[in-house]
Design a protein around this ligand. Sequence first.
Ligand code: HEC
Ligand code: HEC
Ligand code: HEC
Ligand code: HEC
Ligand code: HEC
Ligand code: HEC
Ligand code: HEC
Ligand code: HEC
Length: 443
Amino acid sequence: MKRFSLLIACLAVVVLSLMFAVAVSADGEMMLTTTAAPSSNCLTCHDSMTPGIVESFGGSKMAAVLDCTSCHGNHHADKTSAPTIDTCAKCHADKVAQYKEGKHALAWDSMVACPVSAGNSPVLTGLTNSMKGCNQCHTVGIISDELIAENNIVRDVNPCDSCHLRHTFSVEQAKDPESCAQCHIGFDHPQYEMWVDSAMGVAYEAGLKAPSCVECHMKDGNHAVKTAWGFLALRYPEEDAEWLANRIAILQGLGVVDRNGEFTDRLKIVSDYDIARLTAEDFNKLYSEEKTRCQECHAASFVEAQFNAAETVMKEADAIMAEAIKIVYKLFDDKIIKPTEGWDVYPDLLQFHNSDNTIENELFDMFLSYRNRAFQSTFHMNADYTFWYGMDAMRVSLDNIKAEDATLRALHAAKTTKTIAFIGIGVAVVALAIGVLVFLKKK
Ligand code: HEC
Ligand code: HEC
Ligand code: HEC
Ligand code: HEC
Ligand code: HEC
Ligand code: HEC
Ligand code: HEC
Ligand code: HEC
């Protein structure tokens, strides 16, 4: 009898566990399986369910010391408990601290603060779990608890796997310039394309003593990436008076300086998210570190000449940019074109391609694509980008903007003449009618 009840008890346990297993697979929800499941328990399902993950993690250096539960915990109840940066910080506090000092950590915030984000579809700006737009790249930043909660985000909350792809989390793979190329490519930041076909990229690929991205930007494994000029090349203050005037026109195009030449609230975005270095001290510190890095392989005079030449290109690019911005600015001020509905900044380069005015969209291409290519290529030693995709494209774009300006003004003048003609005819008709009335009355 005793044996019989033991058998019943055992059967009950088996049936109960089966029920749990069925519950898991039936509604696909992760309600919990067992308590205190050891890693081998994870593998009973994940070996066949996600064999790729199990195999990749098996190839990780961490596999010798860690198991699935070290990062995921051993419960399966809470879908939102994906490993965050704090999970990694438990064992890699130094790397996490460096990363937090650098620009990557700010990537989510700067993306959300960018005015274009408010107007785009959530799938594109990526405040969803879809990862089909801005956030597929900007996920290299730290996402705040508020954003997670507000948008019900449960995936891609860990920024470390942007470079150390899961579940191998390897250093070798992260060091490969291809890993940076996931994001540093394309329209407005083609650093990978520039570098890979430069003399240094070719030398590196050939196995010579030459720098890759990491050599210049993450020296000694320092995760605090940050450059002097930054993404938008907006050094402020600027000593060169002529350049400063052009820079201010650019800041107006970005809505950071208003029509009276005063800083606007947007300056806070620039400073909070470290979009530009706002003191000469901050700028010079980073600048001299960058130059020192080159001197491992080049003479100081060679390096100085390179940086000076880069500045000459940037100054020329800014002169073209400022001229174009002023043309579009004046079209708004002369009321020849209207601001897009809901925009209180116009033109607004931070709204990307979303303007109702073709000329403003052209101005955006000139700014974010052509100007960026011109200056970024000077530091990544790619003349094709500096000239053809950069400076030359800017000149073509300026021509287009001037032509469009002339057309818009001519159309406006014709419209005005037409209106005046209509008013003239109206007045003549009324005068005639009065004349006829007076004539008839006299008769
Ligand atoms: C009884 C089978 C089973 C066991 C045991 C199991 N899992 Fe899972 N796991 C699942 C199922 C089912 C899913 C959902 C898969 C899907 O969405 O297609 C899942 C998904 C996951 C996910 C992804 C969650 C998400 O929202 O994308 C993680 C992480 C995970 N399991 C970790 C673990 C860990 C760690 C263990 C060991 C403590 C474990 N699992 C044990 C069945 C199991
Ligand atoms: C429980 C402690 C622990 C946690 C949590 C942890 N790690 Fe590790 N990690 C280690 C240990 C230990 C090593 C060293 C393994 C070795 O070198 O043999 C390591 C090594 C690494 C390496 C170097 C691999 C290589 O190729 O040399 C990377 C990258 C890494 N971890 C990333 C991460 C990331 C990202 C997270 C969070 C998702 C994380 N780790 C969470 C303990 C941990
Ligand atoms: C292909 C990947 C990718 C996509 C998609 C992408 N970005 Fe970026 N973004 C980057 C990279 C890389 C940088 C840094 C480039 C640099 O410094 O040269 C950046 C920089 C920025 C910056 C400037 C940050 C700073 O502090 O300098 C903002 C703002 C920004 N992106 C917003 C957006 C928005 C909004 C979208 C979607 C409409 C978007 N990005 C789509 C990769 C991407
Ligand atoms: C070093 C930490 C670490 C370990 C150990 C680890 N994972 Fe993960 N895992 C992560 C990170 C980071 C993510 C991505 C989380 C995010 O960004 O939302 C992830 C995501 C997942 C996902 C969901 C995403 C997808 O691609 O489907 C599954 C499933 C998963 N892990 C299973 C496992 C299994 C099974 C093991 C053990 C073989 C394991 N993990 C071990 C860090 C780890
Ligand atoms: C921009 C890409 C990138 C991101 C994001 C990144 N890493 Fe790294 N990580 C690297 C590279 C590259 C190296 C190797 C640097 C070197 O040794 O030259 C590295 C090295 C490491 C190492 C090995 C250190 C050693 O001394 O062996 C650990 C651990 C590590 N990273 C953890 C992390 C953690 C944790 C995060 C998230 C906060 C993170 N990484 C985010 C690119 C990245
Ligand atoms: C998942 C996408 C992604 C990957 C992978 C990535 N980055 Fe970035 N990177 C960004 C974004 C987005 C920014 C802009 C951050 C911000 O908004 O502040 C950025 C900014 C930077 C900056 C700072 C530029 C400035 O404004 O001063 C440097 C330098 C940089 N990345 C280098 C690298 C290197 C080197 C690698 C490869 C080891 C790498 N990144 C990998 C997305 C990425
Ligand atoms: C020879 C050193 C060197 C190499 C190699 C290098 N960079 Fe740069 N990078 C620079 C310098 C110098 C700057 C400009 C720094 C400044 O703002 O003062 C820069 C600027 C940047 C910026 C900020 C915006 C810009 O383009 O001016 C990003 C992002 C960046 N590099 C990413 C990369 C990536 C990704 C790779 C590899 C594909 C790479 N870099 C290779 C030296 C290098
Ligand atoms: C690790 C060594 C190394 C570092 C660091 C390095 N370079 Fe180079 N660089 C090379 C090699 C190798 C070549 C190819 C030489 C050739 O063209 O024969 C090269 C080529 C160049 C060239 C084009 C070739 C020429 O001679 O006209 C320029 C310009 C240049 N580097 C500038 C820089 C600048 C600026 C930095 C710092 C931001 C830098 N390099 C950092 C190794 C390095």
